[in-house]
Ligand binder design. Structure first.
Ligand code: GCU
Length: 330
């Protein structure tokens, strides 16, 4: 009798183990990724590339569906959704993310980087890595950085100097630090979600906005605002993040899956960077042929703008001042 009971116990243990393994093998995650840029924009293309890599390297166990065009909401809504687990991945401009995690402000100060290579030395190094892990403090996991070039002003009327900015109403992202940066030039600012900027420009509710060239081109903002003043006042890199809920689900599949996701995200970051360079040049050529008027400030004018915006640095003291020095010396 004892033997029989022992045999039954062993058999039932074996059976339950097999059942457990079987269940694990069948596990399959479908996760959602949001981007507010259109289908053929570098960031959205890179998101699809990320999804394809993950699918292939996990043998289809992690299936990431990419929703571009702001289909799942504007950046602010997506950030809130991702914090509460309603969304799994998203790409955010630091202009949005830093409103929720102000330590990031330091990375978007006016004229902080001498050029794009300088910014990449910072983001590819320890400073960039530290920020990717620190955003965990607001409940998201930083995966990689995307390029978003330098931002400049574009307006419904020609501008060519600092004086021309005075009294203009300029749209900025939903972030007070960006309002104060732009007001340091004497302009008035209004915070409007990205998806509503075209109509605000078209209806004359604002005199202008500021963004990188590919965004200006893809959104059609050049139609109502055809004067582009290439002052390149700041660079707002972008971060791809993952929700805590998605991270936990992936961990349940196994820690090796989390590593695959991280590695594919890093590769998609490099891919986006390459696409970005190409797209910046293409956008410039296309905009020129469409009659956009580009004004390149002289070195002196650029220097006056830089000095006017320097007041923003006064708020960055203590630890931040040290970090600014570190960034500048990279
Ligand atoms: C860039 C960025 C967007 C952001 C937009 C904005 O285009 O890629 O993610 O929403 O700037 O100005 O709001």
């Amino acid at each position: 009798m004892k033997r029989l009971l022992l045999l039954l116990l062993v058999l039932s243990l074996l059976f339950s183990c097999q059942k457990g393994d079987g269940k694990n093998d069948d596990r399959h995650l479908v996760l959602r990724y949001a981007d507010n840029q259109p289908e053929y924009f570098p960031t959205t293309k890179a998101a699809r590339y990320f999804a394809e890599l993950v699918y292939a390297r996990t043998d289809g166990k992690i299936d990431i569906r990419v929703y571009g065009n702001g289909e799942l909401g504007g950046e602010v809504q997506c950030l809130q959704q991702i914090q509460f687990g309603g969304l799994d991945f998203a790409r955010f401009s630091l202009g949005t993310l830093s409103a929720y995690y102000p330590k990031l402000n330091v990375l978007m100060l006016p004229y902080l980087y001498t050029d794009s290579d300088h910014m990449w030395r910072v983001l590819d190094g320890k400073i960039g890595d530290d920020f990717l892990s620190q955003v965990e403090e607001i409940g998201v996991f930083g995966l990689c950085w995307f390029d978003a070039g330098a931002r400049s002003f574009y307006t419904r009327m020609p501008i060519s100097s600092l004086e021309d900015m005075k009294g203009l109403l300029i749209r900025v992202q939903e972030n007070d630090i960006l309002s104060s940066m732009v007001s340091s030039l004497g302009a008035d600012t209004v915070q409007i979600p990205y998806g509503d900027v075209y109509s605000a420009l078209q209806m004359g509710k604002v005199d202008g906005a500021e963004n990188n060239m590919p965004s200006y081109f893809y959104t059609g903002h050049f139609e109502p605002a055809r004067y582009f003043f290439v002052d390149e006042h700041f660079r707002l890199p972008e971060m791809v993040v993952m929700s805590r809920a998605a991270r936990n689900e992936i961990m349940e599949l196994g820690p090796e899956y989390l590593e695959i996701v991280r590695e594919c995200a890093r590769e998609s970051g490099l891919y986006e960077r390459k696409l970005w360079k190409e797209e910046e040049q293409k956008a410039f050529a296309q905009l020129e042929s469409l009659g956009v008027v580009f004004t390149f400030p002289s070195n002196e004018e650029q220097e006056r703008i830089r000095r006017a915006m320097e007041v923003v640095y006064d708020d960055f003291t203590g630890e931040n001042a040290l970090l600014i020095d570190k960034i500048r010396s990279q």
